[in-house]
Ligand binder design. Structure first.
Ligand code: MG
Length: 159
């Protein structure tokens, strides 16, 4: 496997690791009785698996077999509700950094098909970060009040 494809395979694994983290956040929310927030994080986890699948399909389509690596045990406690969403946002910023590095690497390697595949991820990260920023702004306004939290929980349960 080329260095670039190997790096794509690493990101493939990191997308699955992201899903694992969001499942852990869903458990944390469920335990606190916030089923809407839990639903939101489970949906987020499903999206991460779809991201991973986009990368594995790409690798298979260029005749490379993706490799699954060991996934580290995710954190289980994330602080209050605002802090939990902030932790998710920070995770997405890390994903963006890694996607941008991969994108740059594909350009250095003149691998147009990889650049094209990664363009989708560059765009997707703009949306991911925007959605978490919006939620954090709403959570900060609510300031951990139960009335506000239950309204947001209700809203995210319908996502
Ligand atoms: Mg992702």
């Amino acid at each position: 496997m080329s260095k670039l494809n190997d790096a794509i395979n690493k990101q493939y694994n990191f997308e699955i690791e992201s899903a694992y983290l969001y499942v852990s956040m869903a458990h944390y929310m469920e335990e606190k009785g916030m089923s809407g927030f839990a639903h939101f994080f489970l949906k987020q986890a499903h999206e991460e698996i779809e991201h991973a699948e986009k990368m594995s399909h790409y690798l298979f389509s260029i005749d490379e077999k993706p490799t699954l690596e060991a996934i580290k045990k995710p954190q289980e406690e994330f602080g209050n509700f605002t802090e939990t969403f902030k932790a998710a946002y920070e995770h997405e910023q890390e994903v963006t950094k890694r996607i941008n590095e991969l994108y740059d690497f594909s350009i250095e390697e003149n691998d147009h098909k990889a650049t094209s595949m990664l363009q989708w991820f560059v765009d997707e990260q703009v949306e991911e970060e925007d959605s978490f920023r919006t939620l954090i702004e709403q959570l900060e306004r609510v300031n951990e009040s139960w009335a506000g939290l239950y309204l947001l929980d209700e809203k995210l349960g319908q996502r």
